[in-house]
Design a protein around this ligand. Structure first.
Ligand code: 9UX
Length: 72
């Protein structure tokens, strides 16, 4: 089934940053959609349960050049 994971992201300063993070997350197998809010520095990731871990999502954001952690 589908699940949503929320991440807190640091380092984004413009709309292009948002696009980089969204594309980085969206290309992971199992991810259905990724939506980043620049103002709140949060990402909501919809994915198939069990296909991606928080660590996978964090790694994708870091590969795009930003810092992420599971949102509290
Ligand atoms: Mo523009 Mo966002 O260079 O890093 S993409 S600030």
């Amino acid at each position: 089934h589908e699940a949503t994971t929320e991440l807190s992201i640091e380092g984004m300063t413009c709309a292009s940053c948002v696009g980089r993070v969204e594309r980085g997350l969206a290309q992971l197998p199992g991810v259905i959609a990724a939506s980043v809010n620049l103002a709140t520095e949060r990402a909501q990731v919809r994915h198939l349960a069990g296909t991606v871990s928080v660590a996978d999502l964090v790694a994708a954001v870091e590969n795009a050049g930003y810092t992420a952690r599971a949102a509290g």
